[in-house]
Design a protein around this ligand. Structure first.
Ligand code: FAD
Length: 370
């Protein structure tokens, strides 16, 4: 089947808080953005709307004094983006070509040509890589092993049972606390003797009578049968080396998230963990016209409100770029859509063919205006 070609000024990848905010802003700027987001997939755990689709109450998103359910919040974001003319395409972006503009993006059925690209592909759950963790039939994934308590915790297989949560950060504390609504007991297995989670999350979990901590311990293997699913885990005490089989009916892996950047490797600057590098002053990447926002470029804050904030920045950066205005790059240079580079000291403009032009008069005039 021949692929359909779509041409757009602004293409956004991802419909989490970052992508939808970028869509609201670029839509209001009459740029008719195209937002591409992966379809719902139980195995890959994707859902249009991003990570907040797998949570319940969001209590810290400003403007909702009583809190709001994650999926409900994302539905509101989406309606607002629709209202300003965002076009939605439910598909995986499988390949990108960013060496020249327009950038080319591929889905199974489309070739998308984009003058500017906003990457808001977020982050995904990390796995341990231990035996028994893989999806059924290779392991017990989907048959007692999960990375999403909110999605799977209420299932009958886990009700009134002993469950294990692996991890020591915020995700693990949130998952363990949530699971106590259904489980008889939740054991949090952590490699260290100290939690990495924020104080408020630790306090909540430590005070919960249904949660018990198994310190200095690694989960080595998930055990079970195809008929019964998970029946236990093999644990190893990292201080003594002692191993034990610990009976349980479910395992929730909660060791954090990995930025969804595999698609961009080798084409865009990424840090050692995998986050896209952006300029401190803008959401520019090292490629002029490609912007990144939300969890895909944020290893520090990773919140819905910060994702939405950088989504707004990306949209304004893309608007400026399309308006022939210079945008700040990670190198400190500013770049225009024509390929002109303005040096960090604003004294020189370098044309695409390498010609250097003095920008001193313009820089002085700008200072005079101040
Ligand atoms: C269980 C849980 C609870 C949370 N609770 C809160 C909370 O209470 N408050 C708070 O502020 N934050 C919370 N967070 C964090 C918050 O969800 C994230 O910070 C936020 O969703 C990040 O938004 P984003 O737009 O950057 O990316 P995401 O929400 O991760 O969305 C990215 C989207 O891009 C899509 N995508 C990725 N690759 C591709 C591709 N190749 N092609 C097409 N689409 C692609 C993904 O499928 C996804 O839909 C929670 C997170 C989790 C996991």
């Amino acid at each position: 089947m021949e692929k359909q070609t779509i041409h757009k000024d602004v293409v956004i990848i991802g419909s989490g808080p970052a992508g939808l905010t970028a869509a609201i802003y670029t839509g209001r700027a009459n740029l008719a953005p195209l937002l591409v987001d992966a379809p719902a997939d139980a195995v890959k755990q994707t859902s249009p709307g991003g990570q907040l689709m797998i949570t319940t109450e969001v209590e810290n998103y400003p403007g909702f004094a009583e809190g709001i359910q994650g999926p409900e919040l994302m539905e509101e974001f989406r309606k607002q983006a629709e209202r300003f003319g965002t076009e939605f395409l439910e598909a995986w972006i499988t390949k990108v070509e960013l060496h020249q503009r327009p950038f080319t993006l591929h889905t199974d059925e489309h070739i998308i040509k984009a003058q500017t690209l906003i990457i808001a592909s977020g982050a995904s759950a990390k796995w341990l890589g231990v035996p028994g963790e893989a999806k059924t039939p290779e392991g017990f994934g989907g048959n007692g092993v999960s990375a999403c308590a909110t999605c799977d915790g209420p299932l009958p297989a886990f009700r009134n049972k002993v469950l294990v949560v692996v991890g020591g950060g915020d995700t693990a504390m949130e998952e363990a606390t949530f699971l106590t609504r259904y489980a008889a007991k939740v054991y949090v297995v952590h490699r260290r003797a100290k939690l990495r989670a924020s104080k408020i999350m630790q306090d909540k979990a430590l005070a919960n009578e249904k949660i018990e901590f198994v310190w200095n311990t690694a989960l080595e293997e998930i055990l079970g049968t195809p008929e019964d699913g998970v029946t236990g885990v093999r644990l190893k005490n990292l201080q003594t080396g002692a191993e034990q089989v610990f009976p349980c009916a479910g395992v929730f892996i909660a060791i954090g998230h990995k930025p969804n950047t595999d698609l961009f490797r080798g084409q865009i600057e990424i840090d050692e963990v995998g986050y896209i590098k952006t300029s401190g002053h803008s959401t520019s990447t090292n490629i002029a016209g490609v912007f990144a926002c939300g969890d895909v470029q944020d290893s520090v804050y990773r919140q819905a409100v910060t994702a939405a904030g950088t989504g707004c920045m990306s949209a304004i950066d893309a608007e400026r770029f399309l308006d022939h205005l210079p945008v700040a790059m990670p190198t400190g240079d500013e770049v225009t859509i024509e390929g002109e580079h303005i040096t960090p000291d604003h004294k020189t403009i370098i044309e695409p063919d390498g010609t250097m032009i003095s920008n001193v008069a313009a820089a002085t005039a700008a200072l005079d205006e101040c």
